[in-house]
Design a protein around this ligand. Structure first.
Ligand SMILES: [Zn+2]
Length: 484
């Protein structure tokens, strides 16, 4: 399904909608999650915890969203987390220059150029304001962090632009209190904030968004001893290399060919791909894309974006970066604390491999890949365990005591399941609405319910129905909603 149709359905069903929308000064790039969007995200994060954190024995933490300037001095964000922008002399609109140049030259513009280098490119390609064709004013670098003042002293602090910094800052404490041994993965799910110059495409590029990040700390000298790798060495990955060629082969072959930096990275890419398989993202339209030197973040020595194909092109869902010892070394240097740990008899500053997941855009990809248009209906074919509403509860008609009976079934099920009661319109219309919102099951109370205590379960995907005694309904639903 196309992006516009997906977003129309999501708005109509209240999955996601623009923030502060009754006010005309509401800035772009902020979106609310309605009940269905929130429900979907909660289930997605539950699945992330199940398939990655618990399955791999990671630990999870939650850090503050506001952090002091020193953190970002150490991380490099104060200096380097900036986009080049130019304001139009005529219409005064600000434009992101690197993206504009990419459009003009059809080439990738490297990150972190100096102002003068961007200016040269602008002059050479004679690039004008994209809104009005006017002259662009001098280029400046615009830092994308939101700056805050703390307390009466208005001390410099920032909303975090990524969740991982608290994992690095707190690494030593976490490592000690959880009595960790290398390698250890530490995960965090939460909000991050980036003052994007031109946020667009609804929940795909937001200024306030959710990340689910995993930082794996390891001793690079011990990669050959990384035994977990054996479980995933035969997993087939598809990698589009930086030179443009695409290779599909076993994880182990990528490591042997030095396309992947080490076995540990290979193992976690395989795990990540499996996770997305369970979300219902179509893995035939998914790949890892190796980042060229020009595209990588300043701290990254090797990087792969996990991307899926959607109606608006390939969408980056997870940035997988080999960060080396950059983060811990920097925090150690700036805080003047020793952040090294013992690995056997060696004292090491661990290296980091990171899986930095964009949650909102992952949800978008899952939604787009799972909407389908059939002749009579639109179906959101989410896996039952991801569905925000697990069952619709409907009286067949609104008389003869059926609504009262259906309400009582609804109240009972609500304790353990998320259900939606709907009595308005024909039963066919109610089924269709449920299909569109991804209800995997619909429970209908009819006249037979009153006489023999059974209800029908209608299956969204097959549209088949079967009768179930009310006494067995909860158990039945539990089985149908189990992870598979
Ligand atoms: Zn202009």
């Amino acid at each position: 399904m196309e992006y516009e149709s997906v977003m129309k359905l999501l708005l109509e069903r209240g999955f996601f909608f623009p923030s502060s929308e009754i006010y005309s000064d509401a800035p772009a790039g902020f979106w609310e999650a309605g009940p269905l969007g929130l429900g979907l995200r909660n289930r997605f994060v539950d699945l992330w915890r199940r398939e990655l954190i618990r399955r791999d024995g990671m630990i999870e933490m939650e850090g503050s969203q506001i952090m002091p300037a020193s953190v970002f001095r150490a991380s490099g964000h104060l200096e380097s987390f900036a986009d080049p922008i130019a304001t139009c002399k005529q219409c005064k609109s600000a434009t992101r220059i690197d993206k504009l140049l990419e459009k003009h030259t059809r080439e990738i513009i490297p990150e972190g150029l100096r102002e003068s280098e961007y200016q040269d490119l602008i002059d050479r390609h004679n690039v004008k304001c994209p809104s009005c064709g006017g002259q662009l004013d001098t280029i400046r670098l615009f830092n994308m962090m939101f700056r805050l003042g703390i307390g009466a002293g208005n001390d410099d602090a920032y909303l975090r632009p990524e969740t991982c910094q608290s994992i690095f800052v707190d690494f030593l404490r976490l490592f000690k209190v959880m009595r960790c041994k290398l390698p250890i993965a530490i995960a965090q799910h939460g909000k991050s904030f980036r003052n994007e110059i031109s946020p667009r495409q609804s929940i795909i590029r937001l200024r306030e968004f959710y990340q689910a990040e995993i930082e794996i700390f390891f001793n690079p000298e011990n990669d050959t001893k990384f035994e977990k790798f054996d479980a995933e060495k035969d997993t087939v990955l598809r990698i589009k290399k930086a030179d443009g060629t695409e290779v599909v082969q076993r994880c182990a072959d990528f490591v042997d060919a030095n396309i992947l930096p080490n076995r540990l990275a290979g193992y976690y890419l395989a795990l990540l791909q499996k996770f997305y398989g369970t979300t219902g993202v179509d893995l035939n339209r998914a790949r890892f894309r190796e980042l060229g030197k020009m595209e990588r973040a300043f701290y990254s020595s090797s990087g792969f974006d996990f991307e899926v194909e959607t109606s608006i092109g390939w969408l980056e869902l997870v940035a997988c970066n080999y960060r080396g010892d950059y983060d811990l070394s920097r925090h150690s240097a700036v805080s003047k604390r020793d952040i090294s740990v013992m690995d056997g008899l060696d004292k090491v500053t661990p290296h980091v491999f990171e899986l930095s997941m964009g949650v909102d855009r992952s949800l978008y990809a899952i939604l787009e890949h799972n909407f389908r248009e059939e002749e009579q209906r639109v179906v959101l074919g989410l896996k039952p365990f991801l569905a925000p509403i697990q069952a619709g509860v409907f009286p067949l008609i609104t008389r003869d005591g059926l609504p009262e009976q259906a309400q009582s079934v609804y109240r009972q099920l609500c304790v353990d399941f998320s259900c939606f009661y709907d009595a308005s319109g024909s039963i066919g219309r109610r089924y269709r609405r449920g299909d569109e919102a991804g209800f995997p099951f619909a429970i209908t109370v009819d006249h037979q319910t009153l006489s023999d205590g059974t209800v029908t379960i209608r299956y969204r995907d097959s549209m088949e129905q079967s009768r179930v005694p009310l006494t067995e309904l909860s158990d039945k639903l539990r089985v149908l909603l189990a992870y598979s």
